[in-house]
Design a protein around this ligand. Structure first.
Ligand code: SAM
Length: 580
């Protein structure tokens, strides 16, 4: 049965839900430690889009890298030595944290792979050389098959002058087999030749049509083949033998596809209608990245093209095989696997990703049968999640109220944020505090109020496991009220696990940019004549939060553009004003 798991892949892999040697193909596309903050678009009913952070692409040493190193030491000393050597060079850096966290997961992935299985690790050149050393240690250097280079950008962005290097435009995919028994279905991924290539290749003609000259005798490098050494029409080949058995040879001859050279050596005539296509090399420049108008584009950051996943799945699995993507994002591997008749397992720690995948399945693959695990269905399950996996609980709880959870690490009192619609073309900002413990009191509400004030936010939402005490209610009520499109509401709202299960009502509106919404927005865009916005329209645009220039978090001192003057003014008038 196809399965979608919500939560940390390490927890699921260790939890025994995915059995040893049960998977035929693993594709993983983990966040690359690029320090970028990915954003996902939320469509608002008033026509503008607000940006929301989907997940933070950052690994920090203090978030468990030490524990990961220790887990590797306990599981395999040889692999641990490789990590230690890397640590000697990289220290306790974020990159080293990324490598340690990847290593524990890769060890688990090896465990679940069948002996005939394959694994494709999608990464980028910042870390691929370190990851290759780790993969060699885990899977064995002899099982390395390819370093695939995918041309992910055809129009490299940014000025080389400012970045002082060639603009990065490729990703790296490390392909390893679990053992030499892992199959490679090269015929399934061959590229059909173009008309020009066919004309160039099949450059001879006889009474049956065009053909190319090819060998019918094996070459010396193929080694002796005594069972294929037989006489045919008076000719006996050298010890390497014919390329086919006698029945096939007769059929080839009968079809007019056996020729004899002037010296009396047999040759085979190859016909264009039987051409198998060109084999695919390890440079993949023929799979374009998703452009903004691509039908399959969902808006999830780092979404990969279906064609990329289809090639991988076709090359290393057959129908009915099991494909696992432990960092499945918006589910491209899931989508491709389902389309190609494979079973699949997807895991993602972002609640939003699970919502997007379900939406994707509903839109494009409505008959798909699958189960979702890890999302609490009742209060008991939610409490258990809070106790056992506090970060996953936080991710689910914040996602349930339409917000975006903060990653692990120092949170400055902010466990999540919500961008909500506060009026036509206007957005409000709410701070979310999550307390998974059983004993919380009015102090926690006071802290949230001060964070709301410090951040200049409009609202605060306090999520707790148990019903709030009367003191907590009073403290929240003292926070005052806020005017929202649906009416007045408390500025500080308390949400319990019970509310999260039944569906909380905060009186705010946020709308996830679903597959349907993306398609509708695209259709509207296509109809809209291209023109510049008027100064009045520019004024009406909602103010976007300050965005980092090179990734990382927005800093407080980045100011929004001053829009108290129209941006488009008559240049003569502007000059005159400057001289006044
Ligand atoms: C680069 S994206 C994958 C994109 C995906 N290939 C696609 O086409 O949509 C990485 C994903 O890994 C998820 N992720 C990060 N850490 C994780 C973890 N420990 N367990 C499971 N998923 C994780 C993130 O939420 C994110 O969706």
């Amino acid at each position: 049965m196809n399965r979608l798991f919500f939560g940390d892949n390490l927890e699921w892999l260790r939890g025994g839900k995915i059995k040893d040697e049960s998977v035929d193909l693993v594709y993983l596309d983990p966040p690359f430690n690029s320090k970028a903050t990915y954003n996902i678009l939320y469509k608002s009913p008033v026509g503008a889009d607000a940006q929301k952070k989907a997940f933070e692409d950052t690994w920090r040493w203090e978030d468990g890298a030490e524990a990961a190193m220790e887990a590797v030491r306990r599981s395999d000393v040889a692999i641990f030595r490789v990590l230690q050597a890397l640590q000697g060079f990289l220290g306790q850096s974020d990159l080293m944290a990324y490598l340690a966290m990847m290593t524990v997961r890769l060890i688990e992935l090896k465990r679940v792979l069948k002996s005939t299985g394959s694994i494709y690790l999608h990464c980028d050149p910042t870390a691929s050389h370190y990851l290759k050393a780790v993969m060699d240690a885990i899977f064995g250097a002899a099982n390395f098959r390819n370093e695939i280079v995918w041309l992910r950008s055809r129009n490299p962005k940014g000025s080389q002058h400012s970045i002082k290097k060639f603009s990065p435009s490729t990703d790296t995919i490390l392909y390893y087999a679990r053992s030499s028994e892992a199959p490679f279905y090269d015929d399934a991924i061959r590229r059909p030749l173009s008309e020009e290539e066919l004309i160039e290749k099949y450059d001879r003609e006889d009474e049956h049509g065009r053909y190319a000259d090819g060998p019918i005798i094996c070459s010396a490098s193929m080694g002796p083949r005594p069972n294929l050494v037989y006489e045919y029409k008076g000719y006996t080949p050298p010890p390497y033998g014919w390329r086919v058995n006698i029945e096939k040879l007769r059929a080839i001859d009968a079809a007019g596809n056996l020729a004899w050279s002037k010296s009396g050596a047999p040759r085979r005539k190859l016909r264009p209608d039987q051409d198998k296509g060109a084999p695919v090399g390890s440079f993949w420049g023929d799979i374009p990245p998703l452009n903004s108008q691509a039908e399959e584009r969902i808006g999830y950051p780092t979404q990969k093209p279906l064609a990329l996943l289809e090639r991988i799945i076709l090359a290393s699995s057959k129908p009915g095989d099991v494909v696992l993507d432990p960092f499945c994002g918006c589910g491209t591997a899931v989508h491709a696997a389902e389309r190609l008749g494979r079973s699949w397992v997807g895991i993602d720690i972002t609640y939003l990703a699970i919502q997007v995948i379900e939406d994707r399945i509903k839109t494009w693959l409505p008959t798909t049968k699958y189960v979702v695990e890890g999302i609490p269905k009742d209060e008991f399950a939610a409490r258990k999640l809070a106790e056992l996996q506090p970060y996953t609980f936080q991710e689910w709880a914040v996602g349930r109220i339409g917000g975006q959870a903060k990653g692990r690490g120092p949170d400055k009192g902010i466990d999540g944020e919500i961008s909500f619609i506060s009026g036509p073309g206007r957005y409000g900002h709410a701070i979310v505090s999550v307390k998974g413990g059983r004993h919380v009191g009015p102090d926690a509400i006071r802290v949230l109020k001060s964070v709301v004030q410090r951040e200049g936010a409009d609202m605060g939402v306090f999520i707790c496991v148990n019903d709030p005490t009367p003191d907590m209610r009073t403290e929240a009520a003292l926070g005052g009220r806020i005017e929202l499109p649906g009416g007045e509401r408390p500025r500080i709202q308390i949400v319990t696990v019970k509310d999260l299960i039944t569906g909380p009502n905060l009186g705010i509106l946020t709308e996830l940019n679903t597959v349907r919404a993306t398609q509708e927005a695209r259709a509207v865009q296509r109809k809209r004549p291209a023109r510049k916005p008027t100064p009045e329209e520019l004024r009406r645009e909602p103010p976007l939060p300050p965005m980092p220039i090179t990734g990382g978090k927005p800093t407080r001192d980045q100011q929004p553009l001053p829009l108290d003057e129209p941006l488009l003014v008559n240049q003569v008038e502007k000059k005159a004003r400057r001289h006044r």
